[in-house]
Write a protein that binds this ligand. Structure first.
Ligand SMILES: Nc1ncnc2c1ncn2[C@@H]1O[C@H](COP(=O)(O)OP(=O)(O)OP(=O)(O)O)[C@@H](O)[C@H]1O
Length: 256
């Protein structure tokens, strides 16, 4: 996916995305980081076609994403938002089955293929046992997995996740990121996500995009991108960055 010279303003006064150019590599985990309000979710919304930029373009397989029909694009890219509102009394399997909508035609249903995809999505997210439960009966971590299962049932090759670990305790945060990694490794899913936790971004990403004020300040491998000077420049926080034999590279905030 190629993102070229994106300019987007919500109010025609300030550019909330300002000349954003990057490419998102197939089969890799790319994480967008940066301070509150720097444009991370806006960039994800442009990539996922939920916001149209005033300038610039995004191409997927050499075709402008705006040129795809909605269902065709949904077969290529799925997105999981930070907050989702649905009736609480719906069962998990029904909810996950909504992910099949892009594959269904008015007069022709492929029930077997749909069932296979739903079963695969429920198995991959470890929700098979809960398939007949209602959403209201699930924990926050399980609910987050339901949204991912719904996106997986779409059978797209790109999965976008907007702050998927928000509201989860540390156990469920790690469980979710391990699931993302597994989906990337075993199913070759291309992942594009927004994370706030810099240590999690370092641990789980192949590529990090660091944003500031609507622009990409720098991008590259985690250790190339997250440096003491850049964290100070972007977040205004003094940090120590070290590498531990088993924990890998990690960052500790020291002062502001
Ligand atoms: N629908 C909207 N209408 C007007 N302004 C918006 C809208 N969505 C976002 N903005 C503004 O655009 C800027 C970038 O917002 P965005 O949500 O992309 O930032 P972010 O980096 O994801 O922030 P956070 O880390 O706080 O989630 C912010 O100043 C925000 O107030």
């Amino acid at each position: 996916m190629k993102v070229s010279q994106i300019e987007l303003s919500y109010d025609q006064k300030k550019n909330h995305l300002d000349g954003v150019t990057t490419s998102l590599e197939k089969g890799k985990i790319t994480t967008i980081i940066g301070p509150n309000g720097c444009g991370k979710s806006t960039l994800l919304s442009v990539i996922s076609r939920n916001n149209a930029p005033q300038q610039g373009s995004v191409t997927l397989e050499q075709k402008d994403i705006m040129a795809y029909k909605a269902k065709e694009f949904a077969k290529k890219l799925a997105i999981v938002y930070q907050q989702n509102t649905v009736p609480q009394d719906i069962t998990i399997e029904k909810l996950v089955a909504y992910g099949r909508v892009p594959h269904q035609q008015l007069m022709k249903k492929n029930a077997e293929e749909d069932e296979e995809a739903v079963n695969w999505a429920l198995t991959a997210t470890n929700l098979m046992q809960k398939r007949t439960c209602k959403l209201e009966a699930l924990s926050g971590g399980e609910r987050q997995r339901v949204w991912i299962a719904m996106a997986l049932a779409q059978k797209s090759s790109i999965l976008c996740l907007d702050e998927p670990t928000t509201y989860l305790d540390i156990f469920y945060q790690i469980e979710l990121l391990e699931l993302v990694k597994k989906l990337n490794e075993e199913n070759s899913l291309t992942i594009v996500m927004v994370l706030h936790d810099i240590n999690q971004a370092i641990k789980y990403s192949d590529h990090i995009i660091l944003m500031k004020d609507g622009k990409i300040l720098c991008e590259g491998s985690p250790i190339e991108t997250v440096t003491v000077d850049r964290v100070k420049e972007v977040y205004g926080v003094e940090v120590i960055i070290e590498t531990h034999e088993s924990a890998g590279t990690y960052m500790v905030p020291v002062s502001i």
